[in-house]
Ligand binder design. Structure first.
Ligand code: LIP
Length: 275
């Protein structure tokens, strides 16, 4: 009997079917976090400017359990186990989980946090779900389909120039060591209409998809922060680009409404060149 490839094990692996499971996993993780807010300060590991909560680990576990109950042979890359360097197993399907994006916000009781679940087939993102339970917002997209928030179609803004743009960014402490994090922030802040640092990359990128912001850039972000939101943005008419990949899973990531992309990219690249 020939070994069945993953592709044939579950023939109904359409983007919409994959999205259904991504939504189920994101909702399971988000509901677990929301119903355990009383434990939002239970720390698993503390850092100078960051924190890993016990709920981060628990939410990844419940998301994984949901995914594997549907697709036991698929591989998983999650923020909380990424130090293992490799996904759980080899498979053409890779699920990418950020169980709580915006962990520090969550631990302080700020509602700007979410659970992000994406799935890639041979490296191509097929579906993505970003669930922000404290905001009652579920962002979704499947390859070839629309981007939606709570079932409403998303469209990026038409803001044409940087000096009219609201640009979101982050100040992760593990930022690319070559880059002086506040110098780049200053370069962007001096050029755009306004900058915002909200602390949850996936939600920031979904705001660009929704037309509520016009761009997002971060120098020290990770694959699991952006995998789902990047598809949602592109299906809403936006554009995303990895400007550099300094270490496994770490990215210099740009996401825009498309209109300001080249202008913002050259500002950032010019700054990097000057480093
Ligand atoms: C967060 C990102 C955010 C970044 C934070 C942190 P986490 O992810 O979403 O954009 O600025 O430093 O990395 O760690 O909360 O999943």
């Amino acid at each position: 009997m020939t070994a069945l490839s993953d592709d044939s094990l579950t023939p109904d692996l359409t983007p919409s079917r994959l999205l259904e499971v991504a939504v189920a996993a994101a909702r399971t993780a988000g509901t677990h976090a929301l119903t355990n807010l009383d434990r939002r300060t239970d720390i698993a590991q503390g850092f100078a400017h960051d924190v890993k909560l016990k709920l981060d680990l628990e939410c990844q576990t419940v998301a994984e359990q949901t995914l594997l109950s549907h697709f036991p042979s698929h591989a998983i890359l999650g923020e909380e186990t990424a130090d293992d360097a490799t996904p759980t197993r080899s498979s053409p399907y890779l699920w990418i989980i950020d169980p709580i994006d915006g962990t520090v916000n969550f631990s302080h009781g700020l509602p700007h946090w979410c659970c992000s679940v994406a799935v890639r087939h041979r490296g191509i993102t097929m579906a993505g779900a970003v669930y922000a339970p404290a905001l009652a917002e579920l962002y979704t997209a499947a390859a070839g389909g629309p981007a939606e928030c709570n079932g409403q179609r998303l469209r990026t803004s038409s803001v044409p120039r940087l000096d009219q743009a609201l640009v979101m960014t982050g100040l992760d402490q593990k930022v690319n060591p070559r880059m002086k994090r506040f110098a780049l922030f200053r370069a962007i802040a001096d050029t755009v209409q306004k900058t915002r640092v909200m602390g949850a990359a996936a939600l920031d990128i979904c705001r660009v998809a929704k037309g509520q912001a016009d761009g997002y850039f971060e120098a020290g972000i990770y694959t699991w922060d952006v995998a789902a939101a990047a598809l949602i943005l592109e299906n809403a008419g936006g554009r995303s680009e990895i400007l550099a990949n300094p270490s496994p899973h770490q990215l210099l990531f740009l996401a825009t409404n498309g209109h300001i992309h080249e202008e913002l990219k050259s500002l950032i690249s010019g700054h990097l060149a000057a480093e």
